[in-house]
Design a protein around this ligand. Structure first.
Ligand code: G3I
Length: 346
């Protein structure tokens, strides 16, 4: 088969193919927004929702208590306004990429819950307020649950229990009443205990009147150990919450599928036709499930964590090796899996 590239006018577009089901998106970096670049052609053709991979996190935007850096996020917001694309804000509260000044006073002692929550509220009001009406969805809190179930014992939790989470949602709602507010996490499909904690905690928030609009399923999947039956079973724990909140939404926020097990020490896997077949079959099964969820009105969007295989974080984590986690390959070549996945829509 002749090669086809994601930027070519005659190539199929993910966002067009799935338009009657869900939005399709990608994590990008502000330097992908050069108008004459291939990246720009790919992202505007293939996707209609975007997340900044790193640049809107607290570490880059709020490195010191009185220092804010917004130029890159402003550029992202301007792109959204120019193109009418949907923008996701990632993320307001996280244990990672959060500057340590949030947690300590001038004597290097941990701050009180009151001080921490006041700093958090100031951060959320400033960021969400600045992009009110421009960034439509916020990952308000990120990765607050442990893989083994239970809440993650981060500094946020040690100082403020789960209050910080509830206050974060209330503050974000006040700052932009029309933004969709998401609780985002990974391994929700693969850890039963984590899925149970998430479902129970979201139930508690709904019952307490906390303004949570949806659950973000990161879905950093694995070609070899992602169990599709388990994935469906765990996702159903979240759709069941619609019994108490009929408009609760799910978003797939960081999709990719590594072809290395996490502990795999091999330097480079050989990307054979056979591996590609397996990869394609799993992605196709996954997208069939997404379509099923969308038909029930519960899935809003599916966002890939990167534009193409060449720029995925999985080439560098947990160690450096060549990975193939997305539907768009290196040089933006459309993979066979791309055609198989888009082929499910008749
Ligand atoms: O910006 C510095 C640069 O100045 C320095 O020279 C270089 C040296 O290592 O590091 C650069 O920072 C890196 C940053 O990405 C920007 O490229 C960090 O080391 C690196 O750790 C960081 O990784 C990001 C990671 O989040 C941090 O936890 C990945 O790009 C990003 O894809 C990843 O995204 C996360 C989501 O936010 C949450 N869910 C999981 C997902 C994947 O880990």
């Amino acid at each position: 088969m002749e090669k086809m590239y994601a930027y070519e006018p005659s190539a199929p577009s993910l966002t067009e193919v799935f338009s009657k089901y869900f939005k399709v998106g990608a994590a990008i970096n502000s330097w992908n927004l050069e108008k004459d670049s291939r990246e720009y052609a790919v992202l505007t053709k293939q996707f209609d929702v975007f997340t900044l991979e790193n640049e809107s996190k607290p570490e880059p935007t709020h490195p010191e208590p009185d220092r804010w850096v917004f130029d890159r996020v402003d550029r992202f917001a301007a792109f959204g306004e120019e193109t009418g694309k949907t923008l996701r804000g990632h993320t307001l509260v996280w244990h990672g990429q959060c500057p340590m000044w949030f947690f300590f006073d001038e004597n290097k002692q941990l701050v009180t819950e009151e001080v921490l929550i006041s700093r958090m509220k100031d951060h959320i009001r400033t960021v969400v307020g600045r992009y009110k009406g421009k960034i439509a969805v916020w990952d308000v809190v990120n990765e607050v649950i442990r893989d083994e179930g239970g809440m993650r014992e981060s500094l946020w939790y040690k100082i403020a229990g789960t209050n910080y989470i509830k206050e974060a949602f209330r503050t974000a709602r006040e700052a932009d009443p029309s933004a969709r507010l998401i609780i985002n996490d990974y391994n929700l499909e693969s850890s039963d205990a984590k899925a149970d904690t998430m479902a129970a905690f979201v139930r508690e928030m709904i019952e307490d009147g906390v303004p949570v609009d949806g659950i973000g399923l990161q879905m950093h999947l694995n070609l070899f150990d992602t169990d599709m039956d388990k994935l469906r079973r765990n996702v159903r724990k979240f759709t069941a919450l619609r019994e108490i909140k009929p408009d609760l939404m799910l978003e797939v926020t960081e999709l990719d599928m590594s072809c290395y097990l996490w502990a795999d020490e091999s330097t480079d896997v050989e990307w054979t036709d056979e591996l590609h077949e397996q990869f394609s079959a799993k992605y196709t099964e996954l997208f069939r499930f997404y379509v099923e969820l969308a038909e029930e009105g519960v899935l809003d969007s599916v966002v890939f964590w990167g534009l193409d295989d060449g720029h995925s974080w999985l080439n560098g984590f947990p160690r450096r090796h060549k990975n193939y986690p997305l539907l768009i390959g290196r040089d933006f070549e459309l993979k066979k899996a791309f055609f198989n996945v888009t082929g499910i829509v008749k």
